[in-house]
Design a protein around this ligand. Structure first.
Ligand SMILES: [Zn+2]
Ligand SMILES: [Zn+2]
Length: 341
């Protein structure tokens, strides 16, 4: 009896040491290395099993060949606004200022399609946006984009050819490396926002149609994601959103998110509602500030006048993290940053 209990405790100890070595790596790909800047959106996630996910390509990559990208297995798109789908790209690494990075047109296909085509990645987003982006990818590669193949409910990455998820709001896409026991589960969740596609990505005929009325073409609902990594980290990627009740019912109660990457943009949400969303609705262990729309840091240090600083003062039991471009943060399965913060 004594031997059995000793064996069990040894096993527990060894599981614990394996778990601490298995962190999710999160690297913001912003406009200015070492800072958190106005246009920063793009974030690279790497699961311990090797699955690499790019969340919202944005406008701060220098191109699909941006050397910071490396391997990308899955490209996520929360909504089709230009600052997320990537209607523009950074003119050069560090171009312009942190408050106003210098960008150039990303062309008629946009950066989400360009990166997915160049990387041979799976795209995971609502079907409304997936079909739109897939049409752009086909214009780049000359090949039609099919649905991602499924093996036991998962798509094995890297995929053999660019493919798209078959997912509406509430559905999940699972990306798994061939030898992993478990995949990364990406669920599309609600966002309280808008989803008009960046006008420069429309065909001439569509653009003329909408210009006449000052209207826009919406590609279905805007979204966020809940990403369950294999180490237990459950990340809520908010997309652009105002405060809404599903942050509690779906993101907290059901998914039990322990990390949030949350938008701070003034056109989407207020300081007090960010704090309420974190303290009372989502209640993650940590929040990574994103979509800050101002130069939040100078020399890598938080500016006391930034909205992020005001929000941090209101947080209770939620640890804020700045998404410093080029700095890799490591999160454990409980949503705690254990390195690079
Ligand atoms: Zn938006
Ligand atoms: Zn935005």
């Amino acid at each position: 009896m004594k031997l059995v209990s000793l064996g069990a405790s040894c096993m527990l100890a060894s599981f614990a040491s394996i778990a601490t070595a298995q962190n999710v790596k999160i690297t913001p790909l912003g406009s200015h290395d070492g800072e958190l800047c106005a246009s920063d959106r793009a974030t690279l996630f790497e699961d311990p099993t090797g699955v690499r996910i790019l969340y919202d390509v944005g406008q701060t990559l220098t191109g699909a060949d941006d050397p910071r990208l490396g391997t990308v297995h899955v490209v996520l798109l929360s909504h089709a606004h230009g600052d997320h789908i990537g209607d523009r790209k950074l003119k050069a690494a560090g171009a312009g200022s942190c408050g106003a990075p210098e960008t150039v047109s990303a062309g008629a296909n946009g950066m989400t399609a360009e990166v997915a085509a160049a990387k041979g990645a799976a795209i995971a987003m609502t079907t409304d946006m997936g079909v739109f982006v897939a049409t752009k990818i086909q214009k780049i590669t000359g090949k039609p984009v099919g649905l991602c193949p499924q093996t036991g409910g998962a798509t094995i990455v890297p995929v053999a050819a660019v493919c798209r998820s078959n997912t509406h709001l509430g559905a999940a896409f699972v990306a798994k490396t061939a030898n992993a026991a478990q995949g990364v589960e990406i669920t599309i969740v609600y966002a309280s926002h808008a989803n008009n596609v960046a006008p420069s990505l429309l065909s001439d005929a569509q653009r003329a149609l909408h210009d006449a009325d000052g209207s826009g073409l919406a590609l279905g609902p805007p979204t966020g994601f809940v990403v369950k990594f294999t180490n237990g980290l459950t990340a809520y990627l908010s997309g652009d959103t105002g405060i809404h009740s599903e942050m509690k019912t779906v993101v907290h109660d059901y998914h039990k998110a322990n990390l949030a990457q949350f938008n701070l943009g003034t056109s989407a949400i207020t300081v007090n509602s960010v704090a309420y969303a974190m303290n009372d609705l989502v209640r993650p262990a940590s929040v990574i500030y994103s979509h800050v729309n101002e130069a939040v840091t100078e020399g890598g240090k938080l500016k006391p006048t930034a909205r992020a600083a005001a929000i941090s003062k209101l947080l209770k039991g939620v640890t804020p993290q700045l998404a410093i471009s080029g700095r890799t943060m490591e999160f454990d399965g409980a949503g705690k940053c254990v390195a690079g913060c």
